[in-house]
Design a protein around this ligand. Structure first.
Ligand SMILES: *Cc1c(COP(=O)(O)O)cnc(C)c1O
Length: 248
């Protein structure tokens, strides 16, 4: 629907279009290197700190998967985009307070960051009350067991953050659907070994829960490593949206 005139009148749209084609080019090149079909990799644009207008531009450019990491920012953006009848699949990717569950289940299509038994329980309760369909969720995996940065870990000192327990809690929740795993590469790790490790966790999970097919891994700096390790969802902020500026 866009015309050259509109692009000329909206330099931000033109910038997003340029960055989007760069990111799509990186994804395509990484898929060639990995012998994968780019259709297997979903680009999630992480729009935290950027205004709703940027999300409208991205939707107009064909990006419909949008990620946010804070409910207090995501909820009003979701309302604004819904009012504009924009087709958006909302991905909640941040550490989540249990008391936000009711709000998040109202707009989220996929929550990437379930990392504790009580959070799974809160989402299950909220989803059963406030949604018609079950909520798709990923269990966030902490690869280095630094639980402060989010994620559940095998053998975690805190039982409610133990990976197996969180997986079981999600799997037993009638209003949640276990769709896979998410991780952020630990700061000091080579991303390639982090994502290979995540792929092993994902493989083991999938052998037990066949519907757990999603691997959410890879950000602006390390999407190639994630694609090579088999990710299905890359979460891209900076490379797509540019230098982050405070909202308004
Ligand atoms: C911000 C964020 C991203 C995007 O990171 P960039 O480095 O800006 O691409 C991905 N995942 C999560 C969980 C985030 O909070």
């Amino acid at each position: 629907m866009s015309t050259t005139v509109e692009e000329g009148a909206d330099p931000r749209r033109a910038e997003l279009a340029r960055r989007l084609s760069e990111v799509r080019g990186r994804i395509a090149a990484a898929c060639v290197d990995a012998g994968r079909d780019p259709g297997e990799v979903t680009l999630v644009a992480v729009t935290k700190t950027y205004p709703a207008g940027d999300i409208r531009r991205l939707v107009d450019l064909g990006v419909h998967d949008i990620g946010e990491n804070k409910d207090q920012e995501a909820a009003p953006k979701a309302a604004e985009l819904a009012a504009a009848e924009a087709l958006v699949r909302w991905h909640f990717v941040g550490q989540m307070q249990r008391n936000k569950a009711r709000s998040v289940v109202g707009y989220a299509d996929l929550v990437h960051s379930v990392d504790s038994v009580p959070l799974a329980a809160a989402l299950d309760r909220a989803a059963s009350r406030y949604r018609e369909r079950p909520l798709d969720v990923l269990v966030q995996v902490s690869l280095d067991a630094d639980l402060d940065r989010g994620g559940a870990a095998s053998g975690a000192a805190v039982p409610e953050r133990d990976l197996d327990r969180v997986v079981a809690a999600v799997a037993e929740s009638a209003a949640l659907r276990l769709r896979g795993v998410m991780s952020v590469a630990p700061l000091s790790w080579d991303p390639r070994s982090a994502f290979d490790r995540l792929a092993e966790v994902a493989h083991a999970l999938r052998s037990q829960y066949p519907s757990a097919t999603v691997i959410s891994a890879g950000m602006s700096a390390d999407l190639e490593a994630a694609i090579s390790a088999g990710t299905t969802h890359v979460r891209i902020g900076g490379a797509l949206l540019g230098k982050r500026v405070p909202l308004r």
